[in-house]
Design a binder for this molecule. Sequence first.
Ligand code: SF4
Length: 445
Amino acid sequence: MNLAALARYPFLPEAGAWVAQEGPSLEDLLAERVYAGARARGRERLLAAIEQGELPATALAEASGPRELLEELLAYVYARILVCAMDDPYVVRRHALAEAVRARGFLAVERDPALLARAAEAVGLAFEPEGAGFRAHFTEYLRYAVHLKDVEWKLVRQPLSRGFVQMDAATASRLVQEALRRRIEAELPKPLAEEVEEAVAGDLAPLLEAARVRKEAIRPEAFGAVQLDLIPPCMANLLAELQQGKNVAHNGRFAITTFLHKIGLSSEDIMKLFAQAPDFREDLTRYQVEHITGVTSSTVYNVPGCDNLQTFSLCYADDLCRTKTKAGMPRVRYPGDYYRYMVEAQAVSGPIAQRVPLDDPKVLTMHLAKSYGLLMRAKEMAESPAFQRVEPEAVLAWVAEAKIPVKVKAGEKGSSIVMEPDDPWQVLRLVEGFLAARPAAKRGP
Ligand code: SF4
């Protein structure tokens, strides 16, 4: 195999063998001036992988100079060393994605079909040349196609003959990309000798910074600590179905993943939630979650809007979903709106429920989430010095003495007031009545 092919496909065993026999020693690659160009290209290669998830297309024809081809090949080796030195799973995934996409770019236009067959074989794919393309047993095809989310990869969409899928170069190279990505992810990072770590330490700072910036960019919106009991009914329903092992269609999986990421869950946290499903498949789920959340793709997908979710019959709107602005527009236009109203309401209902014993504080949270005016009044009341002095026992005693018409329920932890679901202002009236009847509480000690 010539040097140009090895530079295009440095993951082939032939490339490793060539470097071992004809290339520089590891010490020379890391230190000699003559290889400074290869090291610089290796740094650029990894930087582009971290920042863009893909590598700049380089024309690597047989006509390219031997020095250029050698630098390109050694740049791959050096980039792998840097990945190992960084020892960061996120960087491994970005590197694997970028290298796999680069390989696919070359393979899809490869003039020598034997090279595509060799690349497939090297990543463990059994493709057989057939006519101008390839064929693979459908089980082999599904091994990697099952991870590709577009509907065009479904087996029913493929030309199938006696159990074999017919593939052109574009299809075959896409599967090689997927297999290569997974292979690199499984291989790296490898432990490095101390001298190697010391030799590359000076190159790491800009790469670590790029990884930090990129991770920051894909970090979900700051909604504060995630509270799953405040999520909208559509998302609660999807999450419950997934955790029960029900068959949730792609639209639903996409919606719940983008939503959970948006409200602050990391890919790992989302995986943990999905892992409760009895039919949980870690490899498949990880691929989908990390693709959607921007870990292994250059896109962070947005949460679908309510109109979109309604189209796919995923909407289970409740009273909060149906609230309108003064101008008559829906207040909840995507599930994140619902969650934000609930989080804001909970921040006010929580302190109130500490001073007014409520049987179900979520009823108050829901009332506050539905009305901005009520929320503001309740917030003002909760922050007032008079309210800060209210004692739960004193409220209950006053309710009993003054025969206030509210339901009081006895429980193991004491009595509590049962709110009327249809009376949003009930708690505010109650507190105002208490403060008026107990001027001492209003004045304080
Ligand atoms: S209105 Fe929107 S937030 Fe509410 S259940 Fe329907 S899709 Fe979800």
